[in-house]
Design a binder for this molecule. Structure first.
Ligand code: PAF
Length: 282
C-alpha cells in the first residue's frame, strides 16, 4: 500500500494504471475510518483493479460554528486499518496541497436547489464545500468508479447531479449504510456521544422506520407523519432539525402517488448532529 501526500505523485502513479486500461476505484473520506468506510472500500476493491482512498478533512464544508477543529484526526490508526483492506493507495494531502490561500477565496461549485434544502438550509455553504472538494479530488484521481455512503443521502444525490452536470467521466456508486445492532448508523461523530446518549441515539432510525411502516400501510398524510416523528424525537431528548418525506431521486417533497421515496431526518443529540434516512419503494 502506497501512502501519497502530493498530487503530482499520485497522478504519476495512477497514470501507469490508466495507460494499461486498468480500472481505478476511489473512496473519498475525511478519515477516522469505521466499518461503514471499510464497507465502501470492500466494494471498491471487489469491483476495480486498483483502489484509492483519500483522507482529507475539508475545511470548506464546515461552518464557522461547526466541529472542524475537534473533528477526529486519526491518520496513524486509519493507515493501519487500511493496510488490511485491499486499498492500494492512500492519498492524504496536507491542507496546503489542496487549498492555497484563504478558504473563502477558493473557487466553489454550487449545486442549486439540492444544496439549499434539508441539511443545506441549516448548514449554509456546507454542500458548496463538499461539491468543490469532491470535484477537485475527482480531477486528481480520475477514477473509473467513485463510492459514497448512502447514509449521507443528500450528499449522494448532490454528487450524482454535480457529476452529471459537469460531465465528469466517472460512475458514482451508492453503498448501503452500516448500522450497529440497535440500528444506529455508523458515523465518526458517534465517538462524541456519552454512554447515555449512545442509548438514545438509535431512536433516530426507529422513528424513520415507524414512518416507513405507515407509508407501507398506505398512510399519505406526510405532514402529520413528519410532525409526529419530530415530536417523538423531541420527547426522547433530541433537538430535531427536520424530518422530510421526499421523492428519492429529486429530493422534492413526496406526492401521494410517488412509488420511490426517501425519509430523511436530521437531529441534534448533545453536541452531535445526526443524519439518517431510509428509502421506501412501494
Ligand atoms: O462524506 C464525506 O466524508 C465527505 O463529505 C467527503 C465526500 C469525503 C468530502 O469531503
Amino acid at each position: 500500500m502506497h501512502i501519497v501526500h502530493q498530487i503530482t505523485d499520485l497522478r504519476n502513479k495512477l497514470e501507469a494504471h490508466r495507460s494499461a486500461k486498468e480500472s481505478i476505484g476511489f473512496v473519498p473520506t475525511m478519515g477516522n475510518l469505521h466499518k461503514g468506510h471499510f464497507h465502501l472500500i470492500q466494494n471498491a476493491v471487489k469491483e476495480n483493479d486498483h483502489t484509492v482512498v483519500s483522507i482529507f478533512i475539508n475545511p470548506l464544508q464546515f461552518g464557522p460554528n461547526e466541529d472542524f477543529k475537534s473533528y477526529p484526526r486519526t491518520l496513524e490508526e486509519d493507515q493501519e486499518g487500511l493496510r488490511y483492506s485491499g486499498c492500494d493507495y492512500v492519498f492524504a494531502p496536507p491542507q496546503q496541497e489542496m487549498l492555497q490561500g484563504k478558504p473563502e477565496e477558493h473557487t466553489k461549485i454550487k449545486v442549486p436547489r439540492v444544496a439549499e434544502i434539508l441539511c443545506g438550509k441549516n448548514r449554509p455553504g456546507h454542500f458548496e464545500g463538499v461539491a468543490s472538494i469532491v470535484c477537485q479530488l475527482l480531477n486528481i484521481v480520475g477514477p473509473t468508479n467513485a463510492y459514497f455512503g448512502l447514509k449521507d443521502y443528500q450528499q449522494f444525490i448532490l454528487i450524482k447531479k454535480l457529476i452529471a452536470d459537469l460531465k465528469i467521466p466517472v460512475t458514482v456508486k451508492g453503498v448501503e449504510t452500516v448500522r450497529n445492532k440497535n440500528g444506529l448508523a455508523l458515523s465518526s461523530r458517534n465517538n462524541f456521544f456519552s454512554s447515555r446518549e449512545l442509548n438514545i441515539a438509535p431512536h433516530l432510525f426507529a422513528s424513520i422506520k415507524e414512518i416507513c411502516a405507515a407509508l407501507q400501510a398506505g398512510n399519505r398524510n406526510f405532514k402529520l407523519l413528519e410532525n409526529d416523528a419530530q415530536k417523538r424525537l423531541l420527547d426522547n431528548g433530541f433537538q430535531p432539525d427536520y424530518c422530510s418525506i421526499c421523492q428519492a431521486e429529486t429530493l422534492k417533497p413526496a406526492a401521494p402517488d410517488d412509488k420511490d421515496m426517501v425519509i430523511l431526518v436530521a437531529a441534534h443529540l448533545g453536541s452531535v448532529r445526526l443524519v439518517d434516512n431510509l428509502r421506501v419503494s412501494l
